[in-house]
Design a protein around this ligand. Structure first.
Ligand code: PMP
Length: 276
């Protein structure tokens, strides 16, 4: 059975989607996107994702052809039609067809697709994961721009090293990972950057949950040597929840095991999901 999607105003099978070769998304990578998930069969953090999508679109001068309410209706119908349990909902907005292959002509392409939602293997939650680092800063980092060239080019290296993520660094500062945000913990303080990154919906939720549970949280620039000397490090993302990091390149984090504060935050996060 083919999967249903929403493409330029209509629900259709994904096999019927035709992208014009002069679409600026295809041709120039001129596009934004966002990925949500369901939790207990319900869309998770729709408002937060929508606000970020609007912000991404605005930064590229793209007009979203539907309202938030219409978007919610589209997503709910896709959840129902696909009949899957937990899914990812991927929303893409491109510059659309351009006759001179350059100028925005106001006919944005808008596509909403779904995929089965899968978390990484349970081992990484229990025993922690390895990451590699790369000197790289995403273009317009606060927008979720479709171009993930650095991430895709490094997939082979990441996989060969047995890593779960690529952590981007910029002149001695730690930014984010290829599809996640990064937190460090030092002397009981939970620290994550607030500059030069995409504000992850999971990141923002973890900051809130940590504060509500009386942890001290700092949102500020994080230096590379702070990350390398942290007691604990973890990643957050829609497709990861919270994943403890135990190795960065060839260096162990803290005592090389999953830290106690990370474990506690994972429990708090799981509880939040259970009750959503
Ligand atoms: N940074 C980047 C570059 C990402 O692609 C993602 C995944 N959307 C994140 C951070 C984490 O965002 P979220 O928690 O909303 O999935």
């Amino acid at each position: 059975m083919s999967t249903k999607c929403y493409f330029n105003g209509k629900f259709t099978d994904i096999d019927n989607v035709k992208i014009n070769p002069y679409d600026l998304g295809f041709l120039r990578g001129y596009a934004v996107f966002d990925v949500m998930r369901t939790v207990n069969g319900k869309v998770f953090l729709l408002k937060e994702h929508w606000d970020r999508f609007v912000n991404s679109a605005n930064q590229l001068n793209l007009k979203i052809p539907v309202s938030q309410d219409e978007f919610q209706g589209i997503v709910e119908k896709l959840i129902e039609d696909n009949g899957l349990n937990e899914i990812n909902i991927r929303t893409v907005l491109t510059g659309g067809v351009s006759n001179n292959a350059f100028t925005l002509e106001g006919n944005e392409t808008f596509l909403v697709t779904t995929e089965v939602f899968r978390l990484p293997h349970e081992d990484v939650f229990k025993n922690g994961a390895k990451v590699i680092t790369e000197e790289y800063k995403r273009f317009i980092p606060t927008a979720k721009i479709a171009s993930y060239i650095a991430a895709i080019r490094l997939q082979d290296e990441k996989n060969k090293s047995g890593s779960i993520e690529i952590v981007y660094t910029d002149k001695g500062k730690v930014l984010e990972a290829s599809t996640s945000n990064l937190f460090i913990i030092k002397d009981g303080k939970i620290i994550t950057t607030n500059k030069g990154v995409l504000f992850g919906t999971t990141r923002n939720l973890v900051v809130d949950l940590a504060k509500k549970n009386s942890f001290e949280v700092e949102e500020r620039q994080v230096k590379m040597d702070e990350m390398l000397n942290a007691d604990e490090v973890f990643l957050t993302a829609t497709n990861k929840n919270i994943i403890p990091v135990i190795k960065i390149d060839d260096r162990e984090v803290g005592n090389g095991g999953v830290g106690e504060i990370t474990k506690r935050l994972m429990e708090i996060f799981d509880e939040f999901l259970k009750n959503y």
